[in-house]
Design a protein. Structure first.
Length: 320
């Protein structure tokens, strides 16, 4: 069980002035700017839940993950993961979590991946049987047999991230934090990453907290979505509720002969001589009837809303 109660975090950033004179004076009299990264965040996550933690860049997602994994200490508020304070009981806490930052590897750059795994086995005091069983399982699922004999610096991004995820899972953590694990990955690696996350959740009941900008990750992996913007939680609930509330407006692409006129039944998003992109404001049949009053439809395609659009609508609604 993960609990956050009124967590706030402010970064103090030195203000840099242009020009030598100001630089010298600011060296003696430093000025600071305060960045309020998190503002009174509260939430509960149950064991075995898979949560998507989403929001635009700079919203505070990574700061939250760092606080949850014990890397940063909040200015205010209380964090507990299975009763432990992640920062103050860091050693014990490290045993129960796995963390993956998509942008940065936790593995030893020059070592073959397998050697890094051996080191982690010692650090986490994993028994031989457990180590071999889990490593074997992940290597097979992720198709890593050849890859783990190579040093990290020789791996492609997709291979590297897959190896990092395995590293975070070897000690069978109760909670897995993934901060943008699929960023920059090719479609194949993304799919593999999603499969493995779902697999460990099913098999080991691992709690998963995932930050991502990839809406397919959200659609395929999580059932609960937490939206954060400007350091505050704006939405916390089921993905399908979100889609129902923010994804109802469908769009159509029409090509036509004649004149496209404005009508309350639809909004013209884009248009040119003989085609247009329309947003349906009522129902499709009515839109077609209205269109046919001034033009002849040659072709019509209904575009289903993607989760991307849903999230964009949400961002708009909450001005984030
Ligand atoms: P996200 O992961 O959602 O993109 P972050 O948690 O990284 O957001 O950042 C939240 C805010 O805090 C941003 O305005 C960011 O610029 C700022 N920030 C993050 N880390 C630091 C830091 N180490 N020093 C100063 N400001 C930071
Ligand atoms: Mg981030």
């Amino acid at each position: 069980m993960i609990t956050l109660e009124n967590i706030s975090k402010t970064y103090r950033v030195p203000v840099r002035n242009a020009g030598v004179k100001q630089a010298i004076s600011s060296f003696f009299k430093r000025e600071y700017r305060h960045v309020h990264a998190l503002n009174q965040i509260s939430l509960n996550i149950q064991d075995g839940e898979m949560v998507g933690y989403i929001g635009p860049n700079g919203a505070g997602k990574s700061t939250t993950i760092k606080i949850l994994s014990g890397i940063l200490y909040p200015d205010q508020g209380k964090v507990r993961i299975n009763g432990l304070d992640p920062f103050k009981e860091r050693k014990k806490h490290a045993q129960q979590i796995g963390v993956v930052f998509g942008q940065r590897s936790q593995l030893w750059w020059d070592l073959p991946v397998g050697d890094s795994y051996e080191l982690l086995k010692d650090i986490y005091k994993i028994s031989n049987e457990e180590y071999e069983e889990r490593l074997g399982e992940f290597v097979e699922l992720f198709e890593l047999t050849d890859i783990i004999q190579r040093p990290v610096r020789q791996l492609s991004l997709g291979q590297r991230v897959r190896c990092d995820i395995v590293a975070a899972l070897l000690h069978n953590p109760k909670v897995l934090f993934l901060d943008e694990p699929t960023i920059g990955l090719d479609a194949y690696s993304k799919q593999k990453v999603r499969e493995l996350i779902k697999h460990v959740n099913r098999k080991y009941h691992t709690t998963v907290i995932l930050t991502t900008h990839d809406m397919q990750d959200i659609e395929q992996i999580v059932s609960r979505v937490i939206l954060i913007g400007h350091g505050e939680i704006l939405y916390d609930g089921k993905l399908n509720e979100l889609v129902k509330n923010y994804g109802t407006k469908k769009q159509i692409k029409v090509s036509f002969k004649g004149e496209l006129k404005e009508n309350p039944a639809y909004t013209i998003l884009e248009s040119n001589q003989d085609s247009a992109l329309l947003q349906i404001e009522t129902d499709l049949a009515l839109v077609i009837t209205k269109l046919q009053q001034s033009l002849r439809i040659n072709q019509l395609e209904v575009l289903n809303m993607t989760i991307d659009d849903v999230i964009l609508n949400l961002y708009k609604e909450y001005h984030v």
